[in-house]
Ligand binder design. Structure first.
Ligand SMILES: Cc1cc2nc3c(=O)[nH]c(=O)nc-3n(C[C@H](O)[C@H](O)[C@H](O)COP(=O)(O)OP(=O)(O)OC[C@H]3O[C@@H](n4cnc5c(N)ncnc54)[C@H](O)[C@@H]3O)c2cc1C
Length: 443
C-alpha cells in the first residue's frame, strides 16, 4: 500500500485507513480507483465477489475507448476483446441496416470491442492494483456511517466483520445500489420496465456481409427485442429483452424453455441459430430502469449503475460507468483538496450527467415505437442527421455541439412523422402505458 500523503496541506486524517473507499470493483469502480491513485490518493477498492465473475454487459461503445486509453488499459482491452465496427437494426422484411461507426460525426474512434465481462473486469481490477490501489476481493461493505469528518464502513470478509475508515466514499456497487438503498434514494422508473433472458452459444451465424462478426445485431420482435453479440473465441451472446405483458405468459416455464420459445418469435433468429449450441446456463434479470434521487452528498458520490440504469438497448452501461468514474475523479480530487468546493463540484457533476443520460433515454423510451422503427429502418442522411444518430450510438451524447444539433433535428423529424401517423402513435402510447401498469415478475 502506498504511504499516506498530505496533499496541499489539507487535513490528513491519520486515523483513516485510506483517503477514498470505493465499494464495487466493476468497470466504474476500478476505473475511478486507477485515476485517483494516479493523482496520489490512497484508494481502497472492495468487491464482494472474486474476479473473474460472470457479468452481463458485453458490448462496448466507441466513446469508451478514449477512457481505456486514458487509464492505460486500451492495449490490454484490445488483447482480450473482439473488434466491433457497428450495429445492425434488421427490418421487418428480413433485410437489415448497418450503422457503421466510421460514419460518426465528431471524434469518436471508428471501432469498439465486445468482451467476456469476467475477463475485462478482472483486467481493470488488476490494472487498478498495479497503480497502487489496495484492491481486495470477497470483501462486502454492509453499512456506512458518516461523522463530521470521515466515513466508517462496516465490512464483512470470510465470516468476520470489521471497520474501515476513509475520508471519502464512492458507491460503485452496480445494480446492488448499496448506498442508494441505505439512504433510500432509489426510484424505480415506472415508465420503462422490462426484463432479459440471455445465454452464450457457439456456432451462431453472422450476417453474410459481416463474415467476421464485427457487428452487434438488435432485432425487434412483437414483445421486445433481441441481441446477438459476437464475442471472442467463437462465442455469441444472445439475449431477449421482453415487455412485462409478455413475461406474464411465462407461467412457470424454466429459463431454457422460455428462452427457446422467445427466440422462436424473433424474426431472423431461426436462421442465425440453426447450428447453434448453448454453452452457458440461461440467465434471467429484471432490467427495471431506476435512478437514485441524488448523485452525491457530503463525502459521498455515486457512479455507474449505482446511480442509475437506463436500458441495455444501446449498450451504453459500461461506457456510462467509466464516464461517470472519470467525471467523479475531478469531484473527489477537488473535494479532498479544497472541501469548500465540494458542493459546487457535485452540482456540476449532477447537471452534466443528467443531461447526457436524458439524451440516451429519449431514444430508448421510443425505441420500440412504430415511428422510431421506421426512422431506423430507412435512415436518410438529410443534414447529416443519420450520422448524428450514429454518433449517439457511439456514445457521443455529452459535449459535441455538432452531434447535439443533429439529434435536435432528428427529434423534430420524429415529431413531424408522429403527427403524420397520429393513429399509430396514439396506439403505441396506449400500449406502452398498459405495459407499464403490469407488474413484472420478480427477478
Ligand atoms: C440485460 C442487460 C444487458 C446489458 N448489456 C450491456 C451491453 O451490451 N453493453 C454495456 O455497456 N452495458 C450493458 N449492460 C449494462 C452493464 O451491465 C452495466 O451498466 C455495467 O456493468 C455497470 O458497471 P458498474 O461498474 O457501475 O457496476 P458493475 O459492473 O455491476 O460492478 C459492481 C460491482 O460491485 C460489487 N458489489 C456490489 N455490492 C457490493 C458491496 N456491498 N460490497 C462490495 N462489492 C459490491 C459487485 O460484485 C460488482 O463486481 C447490460 C445490462 C443488462 C441488465
Amino acid at each position: 500500500m502506498p504511504e499516506p500523503r498530505n496533499l496541499d496541506g489539507n487535513h490528513e486524517s491519520p486515523a483513516c485507513d485510506c483517503d477514498v473507499l470505493i465499494v464495487g470493483g466493476g468497470p466504474g469502480g476500478s476505473t475511478l480507483a486507477t485515476l485517483l491513485a494516479r493523482r496520489g490518493w490512497r484508494v481502497t477498492l472492495l468487491d464482494k465477489a472474486t474476479h473473474p465473475r460472470f457479468h452481463i454487459g458485453e458490448s462496448l461503445l466507441p466513446a469508451n475507448m478514449p477512457i481505456f486509453e486514458e487509464i492505460g488499459a486500451l492495449e490490454k482491452l484490445r488483447a482480450l476483446g473482439r473488434l466491433k465496427l457497428g450495429a445492425d437494426f434488421p427490418r421487418d422484411d428480413g433485410s437489415y441496416y448497418t450503422f457503421r461507426f466510421d460514419r460518426a460525426l465528431g471524434g469518436t474512434p471508428p471501432y469498439s470491442f465486445q468482451v467476456q465481462r469476467g475477463e475485462m473486469d478482472q483486467m481493470l481490477f488488476e490494472h487498478a492494483r498495479e497503480h497502487g490501489v489496495d484492491a481486495r476481493e470477497q470483501v462486502k461493505v454492509v453499512r456506512v456511517e458518516f461523522d463530521a469528518r470521515d466515513v466508517t464502513a462496516q465490512i464483512e470478509t470470510g465470516g468476520s466483520t470489521s471497520g474501515l475508515r476513509a475520508r471519502y466514499l464512492v458507491d460503485a456497487s452496480g445494480r446492488d445500489t448499496f448506498l442508494g438503498k441505505q439512504l433510500k434514494l432509489v426510484e424505480r422508473n415506472d415508465q420503462h420496465q422490462s426484463a432479459a433472458l440471455f445465454a452464450h452459444y457457439r456456432d451462431v451465424s453472422y450476417n453474410p456481409d459481416d463474415p467476421g462478426g464485427n457487428i452487434i445485431s438488435v432485432n425487434r420482435f412483437a414483445h421486445g427485442w433481441a441481441w446477438f453479440i459476437p464475442l471472442p473465441g467463437g462465442v455469441t451472446s444472445v439475449g431477449c429483452v421482453c415487455k412485462p405483458g409478455y413475461l406474464k405468459t411465462r407461467q412457470g416455464a424454466g429459463n431454457e424453455d422460455f428462452m427457446a420459445r422467445t427466440l422462436a418469435l424473433v424474426p431472423g433468429a431461426a436462421v442465425r441459430m440453426a447450428h447453434a449450441t448453448r454453452v452457458s446456463p440461461v440467465r434471467f434479470t429484471g432490467n427495471y430502469s431506476y435512478a437514485c434521487r441524488r448523485m452525491a452528498g457530503p463525502r459521498w458520490i455515486l457512479i455507474g449503475d449505482a446511480w442509475a440504469f437506463l436500458d441495455p438497448v444501446f449498450s451504453s452501461g459500461v461506457f456510462l460507468a467509466m464516464y461517470t468514474a472519470r467525471k467523479a475523479c475531478d469531484v473527489v480530487d477537488g473535494a479532498l483538496r479544497e472541501p469548500a468546493r465540494e458542493t459546487a463540484l457535485q452540482r456540476r457533476y449532477d447537471k452534466h450527467l443528467r443531461r447526457g443520460y436524458a439524451r440516451f433515454a429519449w431514444f430508448i423510451y421510443r425505441f420500440n415505437s412504430p415511428v422510431m422503427k421506421r426512422l431506423f429502418a430507412q435512415p436518410r442522411n438529410v443534414m447529416q442527421v443519420e450520422q448524428g444518430v450514429i454518433s449517439m450510438l457511439a456514445g457521443d451524447v455529452f459535449d459535441n455541439r455538432l452531434v447535439l444539433s443533429k439529434l435536435r433535428i432528428f427529434k423534430t423529424i420524429y415529431a413531424i412523422t408522429s403527427v403524420m401517423n397520429l393513429r399509430q402513435w396514439v396506439a403505441d402510447r396506449l400500449d406502452r402505458r398498459r405495459q407499464n401498469r403490469m407488474r413484472v415478475m420478480a427477478e
